[in-house]
Design a protein around this ligand. Structure first.
Ligand SMILES: [Zn+2]
Length: 676
């Protein structure tokens, strides 16, 4: 028996991990894919005229079980993988892509959806149903369903070109990164670097059979050198190498690739009836239009730029006092600002960690959720999990009704990827009069307990836990009908609101008092430490904000082009970023040619969303600050955002909560950028 085909009757219909073996995934995925295909065929073959229910809703539920099996599979591929699972992933991923494409290109299916769309006024549909119809119809249209003949072929050709260009962009950056190496036998060159980096460099040299120390250009090494290496010539060497990736005159140069990418993206957008790639992308974002994003970036810039200049001045003054010569160059800033931070804040992870025992912090997150939303968490060892270190909780709402299953998986293992994330094994939905509650998971890589010490978190890990827990609340509290709209299935620039807002409680004395206690003495985290934590959150925020804006403007410049780009990449970048640069350009360096977020990953016309999400969370949290961080009334209003997921438009949800559209003021205040 395959427990992913015949789902056994377990508590809350949780997955029977104890009985699932790797061999079950492929047959189950194939089985449910053919079931989904058959259901789609039935929709098309239905002799009844198309209606929302026999077409759009039927399509929504056609892949329900396939979704459960693939979620389970890809969640395990992230949290508990092995070579066998990776081999299946290589086979399964293209199958799923093909299935998805065939669905979106199914002409007869689209004609029925289009008929439902055109008669939408005559069917009496709930608000949620209207939203599902709109999202379904538009996803087909954005895939070219309305295009005929030659235009259809053009779109296919563009998509091919784009995926190939995206791949070569990434390969070039990778090759350039790998081509760099630094070796030295002179330890004084590495002065200032943390012990761990030195050990690693020594080991790497041994492995490569060279004498002394060996270092590459990977991100962690680069960051360590910028922050800690006291020899400016080493920092300069690394800066120039890092910032010229893809810009060197060799076969890995990305300037032509960028031209292809931006021009083909533009061509695709215009084929689909949009003026630019940004306009196409942003039509499915809370921000909505390029103009909104551009004026958002401009508004922030007005205050961030003077603040950044002040930050730079402070760092320059400090550096000069310490004997450095001015002006500072771009490779000097991180180093001197790190030194300044140490001199003024003296806030050390080792001092704070004893106050943040993992179980205490998790209990704190549960307690905050209880005070705000009345949730209760009960560990249940009867629920089967995929690893002995994973805990399963039953979560109950304020009325005592079962709300969700929550899995927690906290420690690093081989087979788990780095980082921290929230994911779901089952979305929330209602079907045939039955309500199905979600199964949510948070996965982290925290420091393990040792023989004589419990797991103690750095402050950064504390906020990470609250962040992922915020995503989990969004998933667990979901209410709605359609799985593609519930929980965290919201527009991309809205999804970080629930997670980031939860981090705010980690800076509040009244919240910290609930869980930040010394694991040996029981002493509550001293107020003076909290003040320093808050202050360190603001340290160099003006500078950091301007840097984010610089990337945001560059991204928008490339993607809100409304006619094909013919010019010079170097000049274009200089023009797009001239207002957000504090240092003179270093000859030969270029951001665009290694800007993988927007040219390889999915952040094109989306880089602004980092700051956008911060604005939302700071603005929303300000209401808690004004009316009480545990105010039931505010929490109730905020719960509507959490419960609604993507069933209601994000700007509507925000406005209902705050009584107005989002404002940047609260973020600027929190970052210490505005006067008050
Ligand atoms: Zn997040």
């Amino acid at each position: 028996m395959n427990p992913l085909i015949e789902f056994p009757n377990t508590l809350h219909q949780t997955l029977a991990f104890d009985n699932i073996s790797t061999a079950h995934f492929m047959p189950a995925a194939q089985h449910w894919m053919s079931v989904a295909k058959k259901r789609q065929d039935d929709i098309v073959a239905n002799p009844e005229p198309p209606s929302f229910f026999n077409t759009v809703e039927a399509l929504e539920f056609a892949s329900l079980e396939l979704g459960v099996v693939t979620s389970c599979f890809f969640n395990l591929n992230s949290a508990e993988t092995n070579e066998e699972i990776q081999a299946i992933a290589r086979e399964l991923s293209p199958m799923l892509t093909k299935f998805g494409n065939e669905t979106l290109l199914n002409r007869e299916l689209f004609l029925r959806i289009k008929a439902v769309w055109e008669q939408r006024e005559s069917e009496e549909l709930s608000q949620e149903a209207q939203r599902l119809l709109k999202e379904t119809y538009e996803s087909f249209v954005r895939n070219g369903a309305l295009l005929e003949g030659e235009d259809r072929e053009k779109l296919t050709a563009i998509s091919d070109t784009l995926s190939r260009a995206g791949l070569s962009f990434g390969e070039h950056v990778l090759k350039e990164t790998q081509a760099f190496e630094y070796t030295t036998t002179d330890q004084s060159m590495l002065e200032g670097l943390p012990e761990g980096v030195l050990i690693q460099a020594k080991n790497a040299a041994e492995e490569k059979g060279v004498e002394g120390y060996w270092m590459g250009l990977d991100m962690p090494t680069y960051m360590s050198i910028m922050k800690y290496a006291s020899r400016p010539e080493l920092r300069e060497l690394y800066y120039r190498a890092y910032a010229s990736r893809g810009a060197n005159k060799n076969e890995f140069n990305n300037e032509e690739v960028i031209k292809t990418l931006v021009n083909q993206r533009l061509a695709k957008a215009q084929l689909l009836g949009f003026e630019s790639h940004a306009a196409l992308t942003l039509s499915k974002r809370m921000a909505g239009t390029p103009d909104t994003v551009l004026s958002f970036l401009e508004d922030l810039k007005k205050l961030a730029k003077p603040a950044a200049q002040k930050d730079l001045e402070a760092v320059e003054n400090f550096a000069q006092e310490q004997g450095a010569s001015l002006p500072l160059r771009p490779w000097d800033f991180s180093y001197w600002s790190e030194r300044l931070k140490k001199a003024t804040l003296s806030l050390d992870d080792e001092i704070l960690k004893p106050y943040f025992q993992l179980q205490g912090v998790l209990g704190g997150a549960f307690e905050v959720a209880n005070r705000l939303f009345g949730l209760r968490f009960k560990k249940n060892t009867e629920i089967s999990t995929y690893h002995e270190e994973v805990d399963a909780y039953e979560v109950f709402d304020a009325q005592g009704s079962f709300l969700s299953v929550l899995y927690t998986d906290f420690f690093p293992r081989s087979g788990k990827r780095a980082g921290a994330w929230m994911t779901s094994y089952k979305s929330m939905y209602q079907k045939d009069g039955q309500t199905v509650r979600p199964h949510i998971s948070i996965v982290c890589n925290f420091t393990r307990p040792t023989a004589d010490q419990p797991a103690l978190l750095t402050f950064n890990e504390v906020t990470t836990l609250f962040h992922e827990f915020g995503h989990a609340l969004h998933g667990m509290m979901a209410e709605g009908t359609y799985p593609s709209l519930t929980g965290t299935s919201v527009y991309w620039d809205f999804v970080e609101l629930p997670s980031q807002i939860m981090e705010n409680w980690c800076y509040q004395p009244d919240a910290l008092a609930l869980f930040a206690r010394h694991y040996q003495t029981g002493e509550v985290l001293p107020e003076s430490y909290i003040e320093r934590i808050v202050e360190s959150q603001r340290f160099m925020e003006g500078y950091a904000t301007l840097r984010q804006l610089n990337f945001g403007f560059l991204d928008m410049a490339w993607h809100h082009n409304t006619s094909p780009f013919q010019g010079d990449v170097v000049d274009f970048e200089a023009a797009a970023t001239k207002d957000t640069q504090l240092f003179d350009k270093v000859e030969g360096t270029l951001s665009s040619t290694a800007f993988s977020h927007i040219f390889q990953g999915g952040y094109s016309a989306g880089y602004y969303s980092y700051k956008w999400a911060e604005v939302l969370d700071a603005d929303a949290f300000e209401r808690f600050e004004q009316e009480g961080i545990f105010s039931k009334e505010v929490a109730n209003d905020f719960a509507r955002i959490l419960k609604s997921g993507g069933t209601v438009a994000p700007d509507v949800l925000f406005k209902d909560f705050r009584g107005r559209a989002p404002k940047i003021d609260a973020l600027l205040k929190r970052a210490g950028i505005s006067a008050e």
